[in-house]
Design a protein. Sequence first.
Length: 54
Amino acid sequence: MVRVPRTNTHHHLESFVTHEPLRSIEKWIISMDQMTCTYYDKAGNEILMEQIPQ
């Protein structure tokens, strides 16, 4: 598990989860190489990609 500091990205994630029904998110993948967090729906479609602040 990778912990992301409570920053603007964390705020955006909270907003996103609040506004998007949780059942639509199947998984998320964190890429430390690209410094991104990508969210996918149950069909495997990319829903949102966020930059992780450095």
